[in-house]
Every structure is written in structure tokens, then in C-alpha cells.
Write a new protein. Structure first.
Length: 125
């Protein structure tokens, strides 16, 4: 798997700041992941034999895991981070990764995401 990442990044002129991964299948007893140079790996363990989400975040960025933005449902697993801006404006950016478990209702998930985004918008404005 590392060879795929290595080949992909060698073809790019720029390294991405974020890479979202779904279906990591990582559990608390298993800490295997692919190390990408200059990136931190943040993840949420899978509660099933599938699922799990992770984010590779460039080490030059300052971020905080936002557990308050995680979706409170058994039908998906989610991870959100807030990234501090490096410029004068001080604006922050939220980045997330979601994996939907097959048993979950997509309409219900869309509603949860919408409510979280509304909450986030009220906090920002």
C-alpha cells in the first residue's frame, strides 16, 4: 500500500495538506497504519469489522480534534478537525471524514450532517 502512496506523491508537484481515508478497519488493539513523511495520522477506531476513518494532516498545520462535531449515530463513524490559519485573518477551517455503515439510512445521515453544519455556522457567525 505504501508503494501506491509513494508513486502517487512522486507524480505530484505539491503535497496535499489533508488526505481522508475511510474503511481504515483500525481497532484499539491494532495500530498499523502507513506513515506518510511530513504528515500526522489522526483516526477513529472502527467499532465493527469494517468502518473506521482517518485523516493524514500535514505536520506544518496546527489542528484540534473536534469531537463535538462527530455524528452521534451507530450508522456511521466520523472524525472532524479544526485547522488554525497561518495567515493574519485567523480564520479556521474544519475538515472531516465520514464512513457510512451499510445498515444506516442515508436520509437520516444527511439530516445529522445538516444539523451539525448549522450548529457550526452559528458558532462561527
Amino acid at each position: 500500500m505504501y508503494a501506491v502512496f509513494d508513486t502517487f506523491f512522486s507524480m505530484c508537484n505539491v503535497s496535499p495538506d489533508f488526505i481522508a481515508i475511510s474503511e481504515t478497519k483500525l481497532k484499539s488493539k491494532c495500530r498499523t497504519n502507513i506513515q506518510i513523511p511530513n504528515d500526522n495520522f489522526v483516526h477513529v477506531d472502527s467499532l465493527t469489522n469494517a468502518g473506521g476513518v482517518g485523516l493524514y494532516v500535514n505536520k506544518k498545520l496546527q489542528y484540534t480534534v473536534r469531537q463535538d462535531l462527530e455524528l452521534p449515530t451507530d450508522g456511521c463513524e466520523s472524525l472532524f478537525i479544526e485547522v488554525k490559519s497561518n495567515n493574519v485573518s485567523g480564520k479556521k477551517c474544519n475538515v472531516g471524514a465520514i464512513t457510512l455503515l451499510l445498515t444506516h439510512n442515508l436520509f437520516s445521515l444527511n439530516s445529522l450532517i445538516y444539523l451539525k453544519l448549522c450548529t457550526l455556522k452559528r458558532v462561527i457567525t
